[in-house]
Design a protein around this ligand. Sequence first.
Ligand code: SAH
Length: 550
Amino acid sequence: MSREQITHQNQTQGADQKAEEERPMMEGAAAEPVAGGKVWLVGAGPSDAGLMTLRGKAVLEQADVVVYDKLVGQGIMALIPPETELINVGKEAGRHPVPQEEINHILLREARKGRRVVRLKGGDPFVFGRGGEELELLCEWGIPFEIVPGITSAVAVPAYNGIPVTHRDFCSSFHVITGHTKNKPEAEINYKALVDMGGTCIFLMGITAMEGICQGLLSAGMEPTVAAAVLERGTTAHQRRVVSDIAHLPEAAKAAQIRTPAIIVVGEVCTLADRFSWAEQRPLGGLKIAVTRPRDRSSRLAEQLSLFGAEVVLLPAIQTQPVVENQALSTALAHIGEYDWLVFTSPAGVQIFFAELLQRRMDIRSLAGIQIAAIGQATRQAIEERGLFTDLMPQVYSGETLGRLLADRLLQERRRGKSGRVLLPRARKGTEDVIRPLLSEGFAVTDIALYDTLLQAENPKARWDESVDYTTFTSASTVQGFAAMHPEIDYSAVKAVCIGQQTAKAAAGLGMQVFISKEATMDSMTELLMELSSREAGKMAQAESGEAQQ
Ligand code: SAH
C-alpha cells in the first residue's frame, strides 16, 4: 500500500471515530462523512487574475462549492463556472464578516457532504490568511485537504509599483508584519528589532494603525527621512501609490485618501518606485475592461487585452447552444456535393459546423469543390484554422453586403452554367439580409439553424460595476445579453467598444457611450482601446499641467 493510501485510510478512520463522538454537536452535518469530500485551500494572489497559479485555476474549475472572501479579485471570481455554488464569508457593505469559527464549520459541513470545497483566499492562504486555523477542524475530523499557495500581496504589490522588496544597495532582508492591532496592544510589534535589522518592512492590514506604526518606528530610532510608501489596490487597473518618508507618510496618505486594501512599505527601496514603475506605462495599463463574449470564445480577446496591461473581467453575456439531432443539417450534408457555395456568418457557426462533420465522420474532403464565403475576418480566420481558404469576403462586415456580393458572383457563374445552390449553416435567428439578394435573383438557399444564441441570465459571479472603464461588445447579441444580465444599471455610464455598426446600433439604442473599431476584428478593437487609453492619459497630463499653472 502506498503512503498516500495509508494516510488516507487513517484520515477516514479518524473521521468515523469523530463522527461517533461528536455528531450531536454538528448542526446540519451528514451522519457519516461521504467519500470524496475534500477541501482545497487556494491562494488567489493579490487580485490580478494572471497572478493566480495554474494549479489554483485547475482546482477552482472543478470545485462544487467555493467559499471566498472580499480580497479575491473580480477577474478571478469570473473564472468560476456559472454552475458552481458560491459562499461569501467576507465583509461587505452593511454586513459583518462571518466569524472564523463559523467559516471553519462551513468548510467541514460542505466537505462532509462529499463535495469538493475550494476555500479561496486573497494572496497566500498562510500569510495572515488564517489558513492554519481553518485546517485545525478539518484535521480533527480527518477531512483530506490540499494547500495551493498563492502570490502574497506583501511581495507582488510592491513589485507592481516598481518596488523590489530587497536590493543589495539598500537592505538584506524584508519583514512582513501585521498592523492589525485590534486585540493586541501596539507594543507587540518589536519596532526596535525592526529598526536594528535594517530590512524593508512591509505592513499588511496597517492602514488604520498607520500613525502608530510610523511613530513606533521613529521612536525606536529610525531616521525620519527613511523612504516609505502606501500602495492601494495593488495589481488592479486602479492601483494607487503614495511615496514619502516615514515622518510624512500618514499625512500624505490622508491627503490622497488612501483606503484599504493597502500595504505600507518602509525602506529605501521605495525611492526606486518612480524610476521602476511599469504597470501604468503599459499600452492598456490603468484600464479595467469587461469582455462579454461567450465563455468558450472569450479567451483570445481577453488574453490580448491583458497582455497589453488591462485588467480584464470576463462577463460572458451570451451562450451558443448547438441544435440537437439536427435533421435539416443531416439532410443537407447527405447531399453536400450538390451545393456550390458554403456560407458562414460567425466563428461559432464555423466551429459547430465542423464539429457536426466530425460527429458524422465526414472529413473536409467531402467539401472539395465547394466554394466558401465568410462574412468577416474573424469568421475567415476560424475557417482557415480548419485548413480551408475562403473564396469570398465582403470589405464591410454586414449581412446585406455579403448577400449582394454573393448574388453578383452567382450571377456570373450562372452564365457559365452553374446552378448556384447555397448552403447557409448559421444561428437560428439570423437576419434575412444575407438571403434576400440571393432569393430575388432566383437562387436556392438552404438556411440551416445550426445553433441558438441564448442570453445569459443574471449571474452573481459576473457583475458589472462602475469601476469598469470600457466594455467590449463583439455582436449585437452580446449587447442584448449584457442588458438581460444587468437590467438595473445606468447604461449611459457604460463605455461600449463595439466591433461594427450593428453592434454599435444596439449599444446606442440602450443609451451607452459608443466607440466603433475601424475594422471588424478583435485586433482592431484592441487598437481602438489603446487609442482611447492614450487619449485619457493625454487628458490627465493636461489636467495636471493645468493644475500646476494655477
Ligand atoms: N493572505 C493575504 C493577506 C491577507 S491580510 C496575502 O498573502 O496577500 C489582508 C491585507 O493584505 C490587507 O489589509 C492589505 O494590507 C493586504 N492586501 C491584500 N491584497 C492587497 C492588494 N491588492 N493591494 C494592497 N494590499 C493588499
